[in-house]
Ligand binder design. Structure first.
Ligand code: G6P
Length: 369
């Protein structure tokens, strides 16, 4: 088993560290940043339908649902198509409005999640076009889909999803760029900048992974907290949700993810000197707003751990601890900002002595409802 783990203590850590390679594998053969070309045959077949869709529905569960939320922001921004992101378990039972020709994207690592599978089965019967963003080749969801794109992250063993998530983001970003380019809702400049930035993600993720030791020390410092709050805005809001989910799954510490501004409508009541608050606060259009949310937490004596971008000179003077990431376009940043949150959850789980690869009560794939 030690060999399978490639020298790592756990599959989860191995899979976190595989991400430069898995994201590279996901982009390879699809993205040609120099030529500004994205080739995805499955998507090309339905490009007209996607382009002209009145809306796109995304159906998923768990971590895959968080990838869907990031995709919502990206598709709406780049393609100017309204997107709804649905929990598969809710979607399937609430008699959803699905019309002939509606575009539904199903996101799933395993391709076997029962709720997601049945949700798209029903939608397909109503005439929807089903696109699968799936990791497991030949899985039920991939077979049921009309077309799609595999994430090519390789087998994921750790129950808490890590490398599948970043590969989902990479695939969804490529689809959005491709459609936006074809539809003309993105400028040529922005398109080529984003293609180039996407191609740089594997190297930047490798940079971020060098923070592993310092994140282990942070984990030691905060491992005895009873609760954590994770806050972010915009593209980083779903990353706050994902960071909180990782911590819950692996360390059994209660954690809540929230949009940073919405925090004033509830979670702020929990803030005292015992509450660590993780801010996903990389440089983007909302950065100043996030910084003011951070000040509100500090004013109530909360502990602030901030994930920020290199060159940010303001945040380090406010936050108790900072995790500094390489610069990236705000659309690309989630693929980087999630990495330290995966590592933080991992190291806290390990520090508490838990079996991070097989957390209690959780299954890798939920094939019953
Ligand atoms: C389970 C796993 C999660 C996963 C979710 C959805 O809860 O523990 O890691 O995100 O199912 O699974 P899927 O295979 O459909 O992405």
């Amino acid at each position: 088993a030690a060999i399978e783990k490639g020298g790592y203590d756990h599959f989860m850590l191995k899979e976190i560290f595989e991400q430069p390679q898995t994201i590279y594998d996901c982009l390879r053969g699809r993205l040609d940043a120099d030529k500004g070309m994205i080739t995805m045959s499955g998507i090309e077949k339905y490009a007209e339908q996607i382009m002209n869709a009145n809306r796109i529905m995304i159906v998923a569960c768990g971590t895959s649902w968080h990838a869907g939320l990031v995709a919502e922001y990206i598709f709406e921004e780049l393609c100017r198509i309204p997107v709804e992101v649905e929990y598969a378990s809710e979607f399937r039972y609430r008699n959803p409005v699905v019309h002939q020709g509606d575009v539904i994207i199903a996101i799933s690592q395993s391709g076997e999640t029962a709720d997601t599978l049945v949700a798209i089965e029903n939608a397909k019967e109503n005439g929807a076009i089903i696109l699968g963003v799936v990791n497991a080749v030949g899985s039920s969801i991939s077979r049921l889909s009309h077309a799609g794109a595999y994430t090519h992250a390789g087998p994921e063993i750790g129950v808490a999803s890590t490398k599948a998530f970043t590969a989902q983001l990479a695939v969804l970003t490529m689809i959005a760029l491709k459609i936006a380019h074809k539809k003309g809702t993105i400028s040529i400049e922005k398109y080529s900048i984003l293609c180039k930035e996407l191609a740089e993600v594997p190297d930047k993720v490798a940079e971020v992974l060098k923070l592993d030791d310092s994140i282990r020390l942070l984990a030691e410092k905060y491992k005895d907290a009873y609760d954590f709050l994770y806050l972010g805005r915009g593209y980083n809001f779903p990353i706050a949700l994902e960071g909180a989910l990782k911590l819950k799954e692996i360390s059994y510490i209660h954690a809540e993810g929230y949009p940073a501004a919405e925090m004033k409508h509830g979670p702020i009541a929990l803030v005292d000197e015992h509450l660590p608050v993780v801010f996903v606060a990389t440089k983007d259009a909302y950065h100043e707003k996030v910084v003011s949310n951070m000040q509100e937490i500090k004013a109530r004596k909360g502990k602030v751990i901030a994930v920020i971008t290199e060159g940010d000179t303001v945040t380090p003077s406010i936050a108790d601890d900072v995790i500094i990431l390489p610069p990236a376009h705000e659309i690309i940043a989630p693929m980087l900002s999630v990495i330290p949150l995966q590592l933080l959850a991992y190291h806290i789980g390990v520090a508490k002595g838990y079996d991070v690869d097989k957390p209690r009560n959780l299954a890798k794939s939920v094939t019953v409802e």
